[in-house]
Design a protein around this ligand. Structure first.
Ligand code: 2NL
Length: 342
């Protein structure tokens, strides 16, 4: 009689299923809890004659163990079932999709890199107006009265007599520094400059320049060379070679163009360097004594060096960019390539 009941419970356990929390709870109520059918079997114990108690107890314990094993089994199955369902929907353990965020403009990144290199060797930053008078843009810098840069076709004039123009270089900032400060002067002036040029892959009417100026007692051409050697190696890598080529600027004497070994071919000769192995990165020289005098600095006591570079040009060499217009067209396919900079 009792055995039949126990067999029936065993059969029920064997065929039990549970796929969700409610069904699991129903199973627990029927087979595990105190008030379950198995609980009832334990309560029955009292009524079993002593000689059968042991055998009955064994049978009841067996079915109890069976019920518990099946319960664990059902729990495990329903959990993996839930997981399967979730993975079809969405895996909440995955990292979230990143929102598209902006990046630093390549010119900003390159300017910042240049600034950092010079700040670390004692240069400070200086800024000045983009609209300049003739004195700060031309006359103080020793430009002769008839210099072609002073022509309408080269410079954007805002007013004539007296002449007011968009600055054509940031040397005007350094003239202002020399007028206002005593040596030693070590300053770097990055900024936007303007020239009346037809826009092409190699020229633009608005571009960016960084100029450096060092004025003190006993500043020599050796200091100029060593400073620019240092810059080139920091900016383009320690194997970069530097060469100075004699040149002319109205505001420096002597003057030199600064070349570095070609980034692309390492000096062997290629398209970028037109077979020479060298590319120009800027100009430099010893500040002309006339310029020092114009800015209120005694050229008998002080000497100085200065240099100028186009930021676009440095960026183009560093990142192999072949068209100046890319910097101002705001094409996301170009700009997003520099997202990781800085
Ligand atoms: C170039 C050449 C140069 C300077 C800039 C400078 C400034 C003062 C006095 C003397 Cl206040 N010189 N600046 C000197 C030599 C060259 O720039 O090719 N720039 C893109």
């Amino acid at each position: 009689m009792q055995s039949e009941k126990i067999n029936q419970i065993k059969a029920e356990i064997a065929s039990a299923t549970a796929t969700n929390a409610e069904e699991l709870e129903a199973y627990r109520m029927r087979f595990i809890s105190k008030k379950s059918v198995i609980g009832a079997l334990f309560a029955e114990m009292r009524n079993i004659p002593n000689e059968h108690k042991k055998a009955f107890g064994q049978e009841v314990n067996e079915v109890k163990q069976l019920a518990e094993e099946k319960f664990q089994d059902l729990i495990a199955k329903s959990e993996s079932g839930n997981q399967k369902k979730a993975s079809l929907d969405q895996d909440l353990t995955l990292p979230p999709t990143a929102w598209p965020v902006g990046g630093i403009h390549p010119l900003t990144a390159v300017r910042q890199r240049i600034v950092t290199i010079f700040e670390r060797i004692g240069f400070n930053l200086s800024e000045g107006p983009e609209i300049e008078d003739d004195w700060h843009n031309f006359t103080a810098l020793n430009f002769p009265e008839n210099h072609p840069a002073r022509e309408m076709q080269d410079t954007f004039f805002i007013e004539k007599h007296p002449d007011i123009a968009l600055r054509t270089h940031t040397s005007s900032v350094q003239v202002r520094v020399m007028e206002n400060e005593e040596p030693p002067i070590r300053t770097l002036s990055p900024g936007r400059v303007f020239r009346n040029e037809a826009i092409s892959a190699r020229a633009h009417c608005i571009f960016h320049q960084v100029e450096g100026l060092y004025v003190d007692e006993n500043v020599s051409f050796a200091d100029l060379k060593q400073t620019l050697f240092h810059f080139a190696k920091e900016m383009f890598g320690k194997d970069t070679k530097v060469r100075f080529r004699p040149s002319f600027f109205p505001f420096t004497e002597p003057s030199a163009e600064i070349d570095i070994s070609c980034q692309l071919c390492g000096g062997k000769g290629c398209n970028i360097c037109k077979g020479s192995g060298w590319v120009e990165i800027g100009g430099s020289g010893m500040v002309d004594p006339n310029v020092l005098k114009n800015c209120g600095i005694d050229p008998e006591k002080y000497t100085g060096f200065a240099f100028g570079m186009g930021i676009e040009r440095i960026a183009m060499l560093k990142y192999q960019i072949n068209d100046l217009r890319l910097f101002t067209e705001n094409d996301i396919r170009f700009l997003s390539q520099f997202r990781g900079l800085l």
